[in-house]
Design a protein around this ligand. Sequence first.
Ligand SMILES: [Zn+2]
Length: 106
Amino acid sequence: MNSIPEKSVNEFRSYTRIQRLKMKPDKCSFCKGKLVKGKTEFTVKLEKEVLTIKDVSAYICEECGEAYYTPDVSEKIDEIMKKFHESTLLVHPVAAGELSLGEVAA
Ligand SMILES: [Zn+2]
């Protein structure tokens, strides 16, 4: 992962599907399902690699499973994505491509 094509850096935001919360979540904006607080996995696909962040706090739709991330969490995900693209993020060799938010807390 030393030579990430420049275009992937520009495009990486399109790979993320972060539902950013501006206020306390009420209902799912897709299906109006009820949102419950829980943990989810955030997976992002890059050109050749898949990065999974485990144990991400989110509000999850009971009906369709769409996850809504709080501003704190989406900021952390942004930070992780940035580090990942700069290749400064070291993931555990045991579980390649997996890490938890807590491990990269500033
Ligand atoms: Zn839903």
